[in-house]
Design a protein around this ligand. Structure first.
Ligand code: SAM
Ligand code: SF4
Length: 330
């Protein structure tokens, strides 16, 4: 097998596949007030997604994460999960979701072959949560979605985007939740991809600062970093239950061993989220190109992958506002 390798020798292993840019929430760090949606006819069909997954697995990509927008607002997404989960070469299918529809879908998704779900829950205070996501009356429904996912046998993680002055006073509350339930809580640094240019460096709580805060109360120990991961996981020395992840996408993005490739809902391949470069696969998919032709195009596109932002961080020139997060999927 010829692997998918970029110009710096990094090999793609993970695909983030955005199945829709639509969403029923309006998180202020992700969407502009008036989002512009991809025209429906430009959104890839499940057959097209499945074909791209087949092509990518033939190049060694084995871990697929479905995202969005909100993946669970794409009708029939469980069918796509099933197709992908049974594709030769796929080792795991996971999903990042806002949890709103999980209560209804958790069991079906688990049966379809989903192994793990990451639910975004940015506050444990109902009012604050609803203010962040821009929708009222859904906090308890998201919690019920998390319970349903656990009951369905899915591995569950929680994503918390930490924004200074908004929810950075809740680190201990989330740590307690993790210690109580065993659910891994991942604290994510606020990235410069909101829709209203709210982001600035002062609002970012760096992973090192979060670790300092958490270490005042807990005796944490670091776990080995998985290849290509932007997350450092920590366990609690006094408890076998619970785990914290710190996602240092801004302060320490680990670009040197990045093994991700992303595809937007309209079929644009994005080798690096910090670069404007996008490579449109849709014209090939819709003009009768062969798998080999698409494979070669992907190879060429991926070979041009941006080196990353590590060098830029030293000079403080972080690329900002390239595209709002809902158009890419995190
Ligand atoms: N709708 C799903 C959800 O919210 O989980 C999946 C898509 S969402 C774009 C993927 C992840 O990106 C979520 O955990 C979300 O909280 C996170 N996210 C969105 N905007 C972000 C930002 N500006 N910085 C860091 N993470 C962000
Ligand atoms: Fe929707 Fe997820 Fe973006 Fe929130 S973070 S607006 S739930 S896509």
């Amino acid at each position: 097998m010829r692997e998918l390798v970029d110009g710096y020798g990094r090999v793609a292993k993970k695909l983030r596949l955005s199945v829709t840019d639509r969403c029923n929430f309006r998180c202020n760090f992700c969407m502009p007030k008036e989002p512009v949606w991809i025209p429906r006819s430009d959104v890839l069909s499940f057959e097209e997604h499945a074909r791209l997954v087949r092509i990518l697995t033939s190049m060694g990509v084995s871990r697929i994460r479905l995202t969005g927008g909100e993946p669970l607002v794409r009708r029939g997404v469980e069918k796509l999960v099933k197709i992908i989960a049974t594709t030769p070469g796929v080792e795991e299918v996971t999903m990042t979701t806002n949890g709103f529809h999980l209560q209804s879908f958790a069991k079906t998704l688990a049966e379809a072959g989903l192994s793990s779900v990451t639910v975004s829950l940015h506050s444990l205070k109902p009012e604050r949560f609803e203010e962040i996501i821009g929708v009222n009356g859904v906090f308890h429904r998201v919690l019920e979605g998390i319970s349903a996912a656990k009951d369905a046998g899915l591995r569950v993680k929680i994503n918390v985007v930490v924004v200074r002055g908004c929810n950075d006073d809740e680190l201990y509350d989330f740590a307690e939740l993790s210690r109580r339930t065993g659910i891994t809580v991942k604290f994510i640094e606020f990235m410069p991809f909101d829709g209203e240019r709210l982001w600035n460096l002062e609002r970012v709580v760096k992973a090192t600062e979060m670790l300092d805060i958490l270490s005042k109360r807990y005796r944490l120990y670091p776990k080995a970093r998985e290849h290509g991961s932007t997350t450092r996981y920590y366990g609690f020395r006094d408890s076998s239950v619970g785990e914290i992840g710190l996602v240092s996408s801004i302060s320490e993005p680990f670009c040197f061993d990045c093994d991700r490739v992303r595809i937007k809902a309209d079929g644009k391949l994005v080798p690096c989220m910090f670069s404007r470069d996008e490579y449109d696969l849709k014209p090939l998919l819709r003009s009768g190109a062969t798998d080999e032709e698409i494979r070669e195009f992907i190879r060429w596109a991926f070979s041009r992958k941006f080196r990353g932002v590590e060098a830029m961080l030293k000079t403080g020139e972080l690329p900002q506002h390239i595209r709002p997060m809902y158009t890419l999927g995190g």
